[in-house]
Design a protein around this ligand. Structure first.
Ligand code: BES
Ligand code: ZN
Ligand code: ZN
Length: 491
């Protein structure tokens, strides 16, 4: 979707007019018929400009033709928050679908100021439809629903404003691309396909790119990734994207879980929601999305992304419970459950990150545990780590972006529960089944080698069954906006 800044209303397009509760005009000079219509509705109290209120009407122009017009309420100016602006953008875009037009003119209240950025972000995020595999009439209908251009009308636009809007559009578009990647099933996006996506992003953005294929992983002794990959008919990979503009500055390293499809392996998952397990590369897709944005948003920090990529397939070669795996760190792991594969691939990627880059911060994103959904639902990710400042900065970004996180503990008991009976570690705790997200995090902690580290469990938030206004029952791209804000705000 394109956003075009303009000073006049384009002809022959429906128009949205946004108003604050208690104000009589958006504050821009509008043609008289629009002003009269607004005044009449306010007088008759058929439109009160309450937050999210919308009224579809027609304005009779002087020449006699009708302009379909949506009056859209912003509520009280004093109470409009940045997060609410994003929600309003989404609600507004959805209301506009009834116009059945692909382009719109939008006049927003002048006093919306900086909130406009979040409003536009909400519009872009709401303009997303996951039904990409429809054909025929249904496909046409879907295409018709998608908005292609919004003409934002104002008396003048400062360069500052243009910059903010461009940012909202860029970030929104990349979040939508990440959502598409996550939504794509494993037959359409296999291991090699995902590696190719990473490579494409690196090349387009001029980032250094390294692809460790199965042979290289074998040479390096990445036993965790290789064990999970054994049942697969494609070799495992670990891709590394580097943005290192500053000499002698330790980078922030992002690690994302890249499981193309998680059957559970020999510890096979029940079939109920198995079809959703194509989302298990969401962590990887999110960190790739962040790398795509780094140069576009002119972020000057040293940042590296590492994504271990395989599927967790079931077959005669699959790794089995009871096997002993030697991880890249040298630590041995007893496999008690092949469905706890995320930690098996992350342990090697984290150790590589810690050893090779000695990062300022190490942050991993992973759809790690189903129990994180039990604990926090679909709107809040689990946050773990070992550095108070890092966690506080992530929490601040979470608030600003409305990508909520809740810090959960890693207790001594959690750490003890991951110590192996016959090996250094076991990949699943025994004894009781509770505190799953903390125990998963406790396992990972063994591989950060003292780095300042945060682990974000996005099992619930990456694929929503409780969508916000700007989401839909599908992949959310959770984490892209959070991490971009984190990099921008980090001192
Ligand atoms: N990919 C799953 C976690 C998951 C579940 C993500 C549902 C999104 C939605 C992960 O690999 C997994 O299966 N974890 C196990 C760990 C357990 C065996 C210790 C789980 O959560 O049951
Ligand atoms: Zn699993
Ligand atoms: Zn998994």
């Amino acid at each position: 979707m394109n956003i075009i800044l303009s000073t006049t209303l384009p002809d022959a397009l429906p128009v949205v007019i946004g108003l604050f509760d208690g104000e009589k005009t958006p504050g821009h000079s509008l043609e008289k018929p629009f002003q009269d219509t607004i005044a009449l509705h306010l007088k008759e109290k058929t439109f009160l400009a309450k937050s999210g209120e919308h009224l579809l009407t027609h304005v009779v122009m002087q020449e006699g033709h009708l302009v379909p017009t949506l009056l859209f309420g912003f509520g009280k100016k004093e109470t409009l928050s940045e997060n609410q602006s994003r929600v309003l953008g989404a609600q507004c875009l959805k209301s506009c679908r009834s116009f059945k037009k692909k382009e719109l003119g939008v006049v927003l209240p002048k006093k919306i100021g900086k909130m406009l950025q979040n409003f536009v972000e909400g519009m872009v995020l709401a303009n997303f439809d996951p039904a990409t595999f429809k054909t025929g009439e249904e496909k046409k209908k879907k295409e018709q629903e998608e908005m292609t251009a919004i003409h934002l009308i104002g008396p003048s636009w400062t360069a500052d404003f243009e910059e903010h809007l461009k940012k909202a559009m860029t970030v929104g578009a990349v979040v939508n691309e990440v959502r598409t990647l996550v939504n794509t099933p494993p037959d359409q996006l296999d291991i090699q396909g995902f590696v190719n996506e990473a490579k494409k992003i690196a090349h387009e953005q001029g980032l250094a790119f390294t692809d460790f294929d199965r042979k290289k992983l074998e040479k390096m002794g990445m036993g965790g990734i290789l064990a999970v990959n054994r049942g697969s008919d494609q070799g495992a990979h670990m891709v590394v994207l580097e943005h290192l503009p500053n000499r002698n500055e330790a980078p922030i390293v992002l690690v994302g879980k890249g499981i193309i499809f998680d059957t559970g392996g020999i510890s096979l998952k029940p079939s109920g929601s198995l079809h959703e397990m194509h989302i298990d590369m969401a962590g990887g897709a999110v960190v790739l999305g962040v790398m795509k944005l780094i140069k576009m948003l002119n972020i000057k920090k040293n940042i590296v992304a590492i994504v271990p990529i395989t599927d967790n397939a079931i077959g005669s070669k699959s790794y089995r419970p009871s096997e002993i795996v030697k991880s890249y760190s040298g630590k041995t792991i007893e496999v008690l459950n092949t469905d706890a594969e995320g930690r098996m691939i992350l342990c090697d990627a984290l150790w590589y990150a810690a050893k090779k880059y000695k990062p300022k911060y190490l942050i991993d994103l992973a759809t790690l545990t189903g129990s994180c959904i039990v604990a926090l639902g679909y709107r809040t990710a689990g946050l773990f780590g070992n550095d108070a400042k890092l966690l506080a900065t992530i929490k601040d970004s979470a608030k600003r972006t409305d990508e909520a996180v809740c810090e959960l503990p890693i207790t001594d008991a959690d750490e003890k529960s991951m110590i192996g009976r016959v090996a250094d570690l076991q990949n699943m705790a025994t004894g009781h089944v509770y505190a799953g997200p903390s125990r998963g995090a406790a396992f990972l902690k063994n591989f950060v080698n003292g780095s300042k580290w945060a682990h974000i469990d996005i099992a619930g938030t990456s694929y929503s069954k409780d969508p916000k206004d700007y989401e839909i029952n599908s992949a959310t791209g959770f984490g892209v906006r959070l991490l971009v804000d984190f990099f921008e705000k980090l001192k």
